[in-house]
Design a protein around this ligand. Structure first.
Ligand SMILES: *Cc1c(COP(=O)(O)O)cnc(C)c1O
Length: 366
């Protein structure tokens, strides 16, 4: 049988570090530190250092991180939060779960990041925040978005779920705004053996509030000062993340090497790649391309043993879940074009050199 190359394969990475991870699990087990506890705290300290933020707060997923970021800032009913239309659906879940309304804007046709020239027209007196997304691992233009937020007195939240360790103008993303939200879903650049998420911030008051919110609104046991949630991270997840954090820079570097080959060796005028500005050091969570004929291209890949994926085929404003917001097709042409034509090529740290060569050959022969 012919071998197929998938977009993502977690097996090799996990078999390499299995012994180390199992030793860590052993420690969690013997301490029965299954919910929060010392292993999660250790991860929080190490992750904050890695990002260069004062604090990291571990939670149960990227989605709950986004939800809590809204609550910690007091964003709720009647408030509006601006974000790109072309993101994973969990970005708008953040404000929606808090009772606020996501307001979408289109993306730039080259970088596919939030179009900074479209943000101001979406601002009104109800606007409280902008969630920028470091899409596919590439930082969005933080200085520009931040200056708009400062001008209109809005909070800036980074959705860094795809960008652990990415750099904007030489500085690691994750401490440019009020907070940054991460996912440690297994398929992310830094993924737990299980579900997980986190928030980084430089503000002590927000850190304290997040600690309470994730733990039933409680600062002192038996006393609940506000309606809270059970959004803690598990001990096994924390321990696995602690091990994996040691390797993230090596893994990101490998992804960057694969991306460098794609970017220099793919030269097919029917294929468009995400434009990489010189100030953006992407960690290439995904390598998405646009083909001039999606169906033809996906068939070409499949016939040649490459299994394509799609990130994301339906933009947020056209999802049924948001039909009440009354967006329509044509509202955000760049996001819609990307959604209709995007195909993700294989991208992960353990991808073999010969497989990268094969992908490049197949893409160029389309
Ligand atoms: C994965 C992801 C999330 C959500 O994270 P989960 O851990 O799956 O809840 C949020 N935003 C973006 C951009 C993501 O890619």
């Amino acid at each position: 049988m012919k071998k197929t190359i998938n977009c993502l394969d977690l097996k090799e990475q996990h078999s390499k570090i299995k012994n180390e991870i199992f030793e860590a699990f052993e420690k969690v087990y013997s301490k029965t530190a299954f919910s929060g506890g010392p292993f999660v705290q250790e991860f929080e300290n190490n992750f904050a250092k890695f990002i260069g933020a004062d604090y990291a707060v571990a939670v149960s997923s990227g989605t709950t991180a986004l939800h809590l970021s809204m609550l910690a800032l007091g964003i709720g009913n009647g408030d509006e939060v601006i974000m790109p239309a072309n993101t994973f659906i969990a970005t708008p879940w953040g404000p929606s779960h808090a009772g606020a309304v996501p307001v979408f804007v289109d993306c730039d046709p080259k970088t596919w990041q939030i179009d900074v020239n479209k943000i101001e027209e979406a601002i009104n007196p109800n606007t409280k925040a902008v969630i920028g997304v470091h899409l596919y691992g590439q930082p969005f233009d933080l200085d520009k978005v931040k200056s708009i937020c400062d001008k209109y007195n809005l909070f800036l939240i980074e959705d860094a779920a795809q960008a652990h360790g990415a750099k904007y103008k030489e500085k690691t993303v994750g401490s440019f705004g009020e907070m940054a939200c991460y996912s440690f879903y297994p398929g992310k650049n830094l993924g737990a053996c299980g579900e997980g998420g986190g928030i980084t911030t430089n503000r002590n008051d927000l850190k304290e509030h997040l600690h309470s919110l994730r733990n039933h609104g409680s600062k002192e046991r038996y006393f609940h000062d506000e309606i809270g949630y059970n959004y803690r991270m598990g001990g096994l997840e924390g321990a696995s993340l602690n091990i994996k954090l040691k390797y993230i820079e090596v893994w990101n570097k490998k992804r960057q090497e694969v991306a460098k080959r794609y970017l220099t060796e793919i030269n097919n005028s029917r294929i468009q790649m995400q434009f990489q500005p010189e100030w953006a050091k992407s960690v290439f969570h995904l390598f998405v391309v646009i083909a001039d004929n999606k169906t033809e291209f996906e068939n070409h890949l499949k016939e040649n043993g490459i299994n394509p994926a799609y990130h994301y085929p339906v933009p947020c404003h056209l999802q049924k879940a948001y039909s009440n917001l009354n967006y329509k097709k044509g509202d955000f042409p760049n996001s819609e074009y990307l959604a209709e034509n995007c195909i993700s090529l294989p991208m992960y740290a353990e991808l073999k050199t010969k497989d990268v060569t094969k992908v490049i050959k197949v893409v160029n022969s389309f």
